[in-house]
Design a protein around this ligand. Structure first.
Ligand SMILES: [Zn+2]
Length: 428
């Protein structure tokens, strides 16, 4: 991805570094050749050449770009899970994914870690973003997901004879688990997404307390993936599934819904990050009745919302790491609403706004294994920066509104925001 040549100064804003320190009231950022050269109080900033480009933050917030840590670029706001595998051909899914990537960047997400994808679109989407062919977040690519036969993701009845080729490898036993990972290695993914447990969204037999892979299958996935330097994550709701994943050596836990003391202890041994994607449950409860969701499923989402909120608070209290990602891409949880997860964590779960920002920036970069490159505003890191109209710590919901972004920068290049559209007036 190209970086901006020369020097840029961002001034006149409240600076949030992303590492959890309180904001600097009159902050300043110096960017040289796409990297941060200075981030701190304006009063202590080194002198700068008069030729430097200047961006006025207009008294708003200067902060690191957000990281969407559970992103599904290939999910196209589906109304029913069954649509995911068979509704569109790969050609159209690819175009939809490129559109979702651009949208995420416009929403202030300068990086994203995929939580699974259709076909092998992520790997090539990442390449296109890295080569500036399409705009989007710096991407960590997942591939097709792995789930046990007859479990959560095996929803097509056998008489249809259509399998789940686009979305999931359905496996029986450790040998098939290894074979699936080897296909993913060849596909070029960075993350292996698995389904250790079911979900409230599933009809009856694969609910949120059901296991969808055996420990042996999960361990085979981890051993094979780690051998090839891939990371492993999994959809974990049931308590036993979370513990299986932690004991098997998973690199992150998605959802982590029902955690007891033992699960927290296991989590803290390697400080494994959890990506709750919890607002999905609230969205399902609120919008479910309108789209004909059965009451039994809504009840399951209520149980997951309550259990999940409690688990998140316990992880935070234990000093664990949480990433912010929202599982967006369903009709009741559509792309573009990414920052609603952040507001939800402040208003519903009860996190402090500064903690949520740290989860959504620094921890997101750590999850991607790229915290040396971005995630905080520090000298030497890429200038992936947001300039926001308003005080996001006073009202975090400002981040939900794209019109409040003055600028979204990647490597110092302005990619979106009001200042960009003013610089490039519409031809209409
Ligand atoms: Zn997901």
């Amino acid at each position: 991805m190209k970086t901006a040549p020369g020097t840029t100064v961002i001034h006149n804003g409240r600076l949030i570094g992303g590492a959890g320190a309180p904001p600097i009231a009159n902050g300043m950022l110096h960017i040289t050749d796409g990297k941060i050269a200075y981030a701190g109080p304006a009063a202590k900033a080194p002198p700068i050449a008069p030729s430097a480009r200047r961006i006025d933050a207009q008294g708003g917030t200067i902060m690191p770009g957000l990281v969407e840590a559970h992103f599904h670029p290939t999910y196209f706001n589906v109304a029913a899970l069954e649509d995911l595998d068979i509704k569109y051909p790969v050609e159209y899914v690819t175009l939809l994914a490129a559109n979702n990537a651009r949208l995420a960047l416009e929403c202030g997400y300068t990086a994203a870690r995929s939580g699974g994808c259709l076909f092998n679109v992520d790997v090539w989407l990442k390449k296109a973003i890295d080569n500036d062919i399409v705009p989007g977040p710096r991407l960590a690519a997942s591939g097709r997901e792995i789930c046990g036969v007859a479990c959560l993701m095996d929803w097509n009845p056998d008489f249809r004879k259509i399998g789940m080729e686009g979305l999931v490898f359905l496996i029986n036993g450790p040998d098939e688990a290894r074979a699936a990972v080897r296909k993913l290695v060849k596909d070029g993914v960075e993350w292996v997404k698995t389904y250790p447990t079911g979900d409230a969204a599933a009809p009856d037999v694969n609910d949120h307390h059901t296991l969808c892979m055996t420990f042996e299958e999960m361990h085979a996935v981890v051993a094979t993936a780690h051998n090839h330097h891939l990371k492993v994550t999994g959809h974990c709701r049931a308590n036993a599934g979370i513990k299986n994943a932690l004991r098997a050596g998973y690199d992150t836990i998605e959802h982590g819904t029902f955690m007891d003391d033992e699960a927290i202890d296991l989590l803290m041994i390697r400080n494994t990050p959890v990506i709750p994607a919890l607002r999905f449950e609230l969205a399902s409860i609120e919008r479910g009745p309108d789209i004909g969701m059965p009451q039994k499923i809504i009840d399951g989402h209520i149980e997951c919302l309550e259990g999940g909120a409690e688990s998140c608070l316990r992880v935070l209290k234990a000093g664990g790491r949480l990433g912010m990602g929202g599982d967006f891409g369903f009709s009741w949880n559509p792309h573009g609403e990414y920052a609603k997860e952040l507001t939800f964590f402040v208003n519903y779960v009860g996190f402090a706004p500064l903690d949520v920002i740290t989860c959504a920036t620094k921890t997101g970069a750590e999850i991607m294994g790229r915290s040396h490159e971005f995630g905080t505003l520090e000298a030497g890191k890429l200038a992936d920066v947001l300039i926001v109209d308003g005080d996001v710590l006073a009202d975090i919901s400002i981040l939900e509104d794209r019109r409040r972004f003055l600028a979204v920068l990647q490597g110092g290049v302005m990619k979106a925001g009001k200042l960009l559209s003013q610089a490039q007036p519409s031809v209409n």
